[in-house]
Design a protein around this ligand. Structure first.
Ligand code: GAR
Length: 187
């Protein structure tokens, strides 16, 4: 099987990156992670790129030139799938035109509910019975592209933000790989 070249964008801990690297070692997993992109030079997740000898690039989103350099890198590396995994910056709209249907994101809520930040706090404030996580295509509107995969769990009476995060991220380990399998099974 010829794997697709993928890159993963991160900003912080990188637990999804770690999981995707692990998954990509399986011969039947559809992608190979060729590069990692981070807007944060101190992102803990960069350690997983280093340990696995995956090249990483730092981007400075404050410098207007970054998007041009980033696009060139992704084209040069023949990247076919861009996975946003805890990437906490909004990319410019022209980026989406160039990589239409090739950018996916993981979000810690049952979209379309709770787009944006502070999802766990809002889930609790809203007294939601269920929550979960979603992998979706990225378009020009925040957290609004078509859903690829979603997983749900019941909120327990004693859940707090911390326990919701643990439970959600446990499900993220399952839903992100599943979404990637789904993309290539049906395309
Ligand atoms: C994940 O829970 C992901 O769903 C969330 O950031 C976390 C990153 O964790 N993403 C967003 O909130 C995007 N709006 P990780 O760095 O350990 O993968």
């Amino acid at each position: 099987m010829v794997k697709k070249n993928a890159c993963v964008f991160i900003s912080g801990t990188g637990s999804n990156l770690k999981n995707l690297i692990l998954q990509s070692r399986n011969y039947n997993f559809p992608i190979n992670i060729k590069i990692v992109i981070s807007n944060n030079r101190n992102a803990f997740g960069l350690i997983y790129a280093k340990r696995n000898a995956i090249r990483y690039f730092l981007i400075n989103t404050k410098n207007d030139k970054y998007i041009h350099q980033l696009t060139n890198t992704l084209i040069k590396e023949k990247i076919e799938l861009i996975c946003l995994a805890g990437f906490m910056k909004i990319l410019p709209k022209k980026f989406f035109d160039l990589f239409r249907k090739k950018i996916i994101n993981i979000h810690p809520s049952l979209l379309p509910k709770f787009k944006g930040l502070n999802t766990y706090k809002r889930v609790l404030e809203n007294k939601e019975k269920k929550t979960g996580c979603t992998v979706h295509y990225v378009n020009k509107k925040l957290d609004s592209g078509n859903t690829i995969c979603q997983k749900t769990f019941y909120v327990a009476p004693n859940d707090d933000e911390f326990s919701l995060k643990i439970k959600t991220q446990r499900l993220e380990r399952v839903v992100f790989p599943e979404a990637i399998f789904k993309i290539y099974r049906y395309n």
